[in-house]
Write a protein that binds this ligand. Structure first.
Ligand SMILES: [Zn+2]
Length: 414
């Protein structure tokens, strides 16, 4: 077995051992492992991508854990480059300031702070800010831009270290990272030790309800260890001496959950959103493994449809490229078998990805100018959560006769 990965034997939230496999996806390399031309002859290791359901607490998760050093050290995603996310983080900071009214000048810590975009809005609102992120270049750049950022992983020890150096935190945020860390229990121990008595822990994760209802299966990749729902989280936080006070659905990543927790007995009343989310999850049957069999069937149906469309276009001699090279494209391309024989190139607006090749399949990533110069007839929008923005920005492609293919939540040619 690879030394870069292990399969955990227990549920990440409750420690239970009754785990049922509900979805089996095609193994992939790390979804963000884009490679330079100099490494094309080196085969990239692929890891299992199987989804499990905990029969004890209903948590849906991956058990195969790829070493975070393999996943995150050369992370090429920078949140500040996407205007949609900048706007999202601005609204996010405003929401936290308004709903919880943290003490002015208090500490806000963002776990997985990336380039510091979210923290910059808290800083503007008069808070003291601190980021922590494992990516070396990105954390150094954030610090240089005025957002002090520790390079490293957050856990119980780090929480105590930060509390000693900076005092207790009024707000701790963690976006998407709360689904990225194998030792969630250690993270929450760190949060509990660092949070002030009136403080809140705010996290955003993709929401199992949206993943299930819209077949967002490509959000399943090794960095995302957890597909959270509210019912298992209530139990998890309670066992950790904390309490979930809000569970709000937000639009990012095709549908996410913004959860907010405080120390047990904290000052904030539990909002109606928590009970509403549990009722919705029960109505959908997400607390039963059998329900997830439908999800697996929906994935296969979607793949058959997309393959049929692409193969007929290729047979008709059409030139097909793709637009957007997000991490989730790796899952979609591997599971649906969409490789270089169907898609010639991928356009991505991030200069950090241009000139690189897609993980494993090694499809070249090019700039818009270079991609459109190849005169594609069709472009598959792999970054489907930005479909509208991509279509609007590239109106000239459509007016010149080109068409976009949106693969998810359903296959659409526009
Ligand atoms: Zn469990």
């Amino acid at each position: 077995m690879s030394t870069q990965h292990h399969r955990r034997p227990t549920c990440r939230l409750c420690g239970g051992k009754r785990l049922t496999e509900v979805v089996k996806l095609v193994p992939t390399p790390p979804a963000n492992a884009f490679v330079p031309a100099s490494e094309l002859d080196r085969e990239q290791e692929r890891f299992p991508l199987d989804v499990f359901f905990c029969e004890d607490c209903a948590h849906v998760q991956l058990l195969d854990v790829v070493d975070p050093r393999v996943l995150f050290e050369h992370y090429v995603y920078v949140s500040g480059t996407s205007p949609v996310f900048v706007r999202h983080f601005e609204d996010y900071a405003a929401f936290v300031m308004e709903r919880f009214k943290p003490v002015a000048g208090g500490l806000v810590l963002d776990i997985g702070s990336n380039d510091g975009t979210l923290l910059s809005f808290f800083q503007k609102a008069g808070m003291r800010v601190l980021g922590i992120d494992p990516a070396q270049e990105i954390s150094a750049e954030a610090t240089a831009r005025g957002i002090p950022t520790i390079c490293g992983f957050f856990g119980a020890d780090k929480g105590a270290e930060i509390a000693a150096a900076h005092g207790k935190a009024e707000v701790i945020t963690a976006n998407n990272v709360f689904a990225h860390i194998d030792d969630l229990s250690g993270v929450v121990d760190g949060v509990r030790g660092l949070l002030s008595p009136s403080g809140v822990f705010v996290f955003e994760v993709s929401y199992l309800v949206d993943v299930f209802e819209n077949t967002l299966f490509d959000t399943i990749y090794h960095e995302h260890l957890d597909y959270h729902s509210v019912k298992p989280l209530i139990r998890f936080f309670a066992a950790k001496g904390m309490e979930l006070v809000e569970a709000i659905r937000v639009g990012s990543h095709g549908g996410s959950l913004r959860g907010i927790a405080q120390l047990k007995g904290g000052p904030h009343a539990v909002g109606a959103s928590v009970a509403e989310a549990v009722a919705l999850e029960e109505r959908l049957g997400l607390d039963r493994a059998a329900t997830l069999a439908k999800f697996a069937a929906d994935i296969e149906a979607l793949g058959a449809e997309l393959n049929a469309v692409l193969k007929s276009l290729k047979a008709a001699g059409k030139r097909v490229g793709a637009f957007g090279a997000p991490a989730k494209a790796t899952t979609l391309m591997y599971h649906f078998g969409i490789g270089p024989e169907l898609v010639d190139f991928i356009i991505d607006d991030s200069p950090l990805k241009q000139g690189l090749y897609s993980p494993g399949m090694h499809i070249p990533v090019v700039s818009s100018a270079d991609g459109f110069a190849k005169k594609p007839d069709y472009l598959v929008i792999l970054a489907w959560n930005f479909a509208k923005a991509i279509i609007d920005k590239n109106a000239a492609f459509r007016s010149g006769g080109g068409k976009f293919i949106i693969p998810i939540p359903k296959v659409e040619v526009v």
